[in-house]
Design a protein around this ligand. Sequence first.
Ligand code: HPA
Length: 282
Amino acid sequence: MDNSKKTPSLAEYRQKVEKAKDFLEKKIKEPPEIILVLGTGLSGVAEEIEAEVVIPYEDIPYFPRSTVESHRGRLVLGKLSKHRVAAFQGRFHYYEGYSTKEVTFPIRVMALFGAKILIISNAAGGLNLSYQPGDLMLIADHINLIPENPLRGPNIEEWGPRFPDLSEAYSKRLRALAQEVSGRHPYLREGVYVAVPGPSLETPAETRYLRSIGADAVGMSTTPEVIVAKHAGLEVLGISVIANVNDPDNFQPILLEDVIANAQRAETRLVELVKKVVARLE
Ligand code: HPA
């Protein structure tokens, strides 16, 4: 039998995660407490880090490569206020052709270092018509429509439980802290994020549907990473930058240039928020 196209076994996946961890262990002085995942147009948050080590993804064994131009593809390790952080500038998406196990590889590796908190950002389309481009939405909950759960298949008990509880996937404590440090600014929203597989954007009918199932913003990332983070016992703060707002009754073309430009415009807000939240953590 030709095994060359066989999907990798969980044992192989585990080995790869452990090898990537061994590689990083030699570069990292002290294990990071906080993981930052920076989405489209948002990688500038990492500029705030007192960087000690910067590692391009291609140097890390078995790390996937970013195939999206708007994503950078490097890991920045260092300090943000008094905390040790690991920031991923550039992430992997299901729409690039990666499995959700590959998409979540970086989270798995960092979880093995004992990180406690994941702060994850994305650029998203607003579905709630009271939102405006440039708003930030604290993710209060998610609906995962990406048709592959990263935990599908045999479970590694040392990594987490078979059926992880997601009753509070997005930490109430961290959301309250984010509200507090932002002075409950009107641009700071709180809502439900729905993840779709992409890469095509939504039709007006799909947009109507996503609104009707209770979503306030739509994007093509984040839920796989959050599922793995919760499996590994991390506390999660998720923030969507609202790059565009999609009104099913007056639907406008969604242009990638606009998405990136709007996300970048809101980046200063995100940087301030993340900095203030991290500074207030114990
Ligand atoms: N839909 C899906 N993903 C997105 C959007 C959108 O409108 N904007 C930014 N990412």
